[in-house]
Ligand binder design. Structure first.
Ligand code: NI
Length: 257
């Protein structure tokens, strides 16, 4: 019973064999996943996949790299789509200082607009962070994002920022990099995150775990992420699977009585 909290089965990398990839995920024990949309093409596709499969949910948000293309039209569109019963979070959203397509000031504005929308809708948010940790934390604090909380997707920072993230009611999601031999930070984080705030993900097709590093990633490989974290924490894979799935159910409000 694994929950892959961040997949991009909605991108062209999976156009040739999407059904087989989904089947392999189920065979590997993936019980649920969230397909994350981030632009005009991938958002409708995320919802379409969620409509086709009981165990697939969708998240809708606008990627910071494309912040410059975000207008009121997109904001209203996200609000409309968020009412869909299978949409469980807003995102991914955040800041990305690696690419310079969108100026920082515009990225920040678009990020704030999406946080405000999430608060209006009372939905958790999924954060994309690239080289922008301090600005992201500052904006989340200013906007009082702790009222909705969310996920630090593919957390790739020093454990020093964990306290601030946890105080903001965020979960810490770890993916393929925790399995890389030379990746000391994600391994430290895997040991330090309180277990009730830990999530796992693939971010497929990107960031495939060892021994598939550099190849196309897929949800079945989230089992390798769970195995690595179990080893680091001295727990069984079943325990990590059980607790991360329960955490995700709680965050996405999927818990059934
Ligand atoms: Ni992503």
């Amino acid at each position: 019973m694994l929950f892959d909290t961040h997949v991009h089965l909605n991108v062209a990398h999976f156009d040739q064999d999407r059904d087989q990839v989904i089947k392999r995920a189920q065979e590997a024990g993936v019980e649920k996943m969230v397909v994350v949309g981030f632009d005009h093409e991938t958002i409708p596709k995320a919802i379409e996949l969620a409509e086709q499969h009981d165990f697939i949910y969708a998240a809708v948000g606008w990627h910071p790299v494309d912040a410059i293309d975000f207008t009121d039209h997109e904001l209203n569109w996200l609000e409309e789509l968020s009412r869909h019963p299978k949409v469980v979070a807003l995102g991914e959203m955040g800041l990305d200082y690696h690419w310079d397509k969108s100026p920082k000031s515009i990225q920040k504005e678009v990020f704030k607009k999406q946080i405000r929308l999430a608060k209006k809708l009372n939905m958790p948010i999924i954060i994309h962070n690239r080289e922008a940790t301090e600005d992201i934390i500052e904006i989340l604090q200013q906007e009082e994002a702790q009222t909705v909380g969310g996920i630090m997707h593919c957390y790739n920072d020093s454990p020093n920022y964990l306290t601030a993230c946890l105080e903001l009611n965020f979960y810490i999601s770890l993916g393929g990099p925790v399995t890389f031999k030379n990746a000391s930070l994600p391994k430290e984080v895997a040991k330090e995150v309180p277990i009730d705030r830990l999530l796992i993900e693939t971010d497929c097709p990107f960031l495939a775990p060892h021994p598939y590093r550099g190849k196309r990633n897929e949800p079945a490989y989230v089992a390798l992420v769970a195995e690595q974290i179990a080893e680091l924490r001295g727990l069984s894979v079943a325990e990590i699977a059980q607790v991360t799935t329960a955490n995700a159910d709680k965050l996405f409000k999927l818990t059934r009585s």
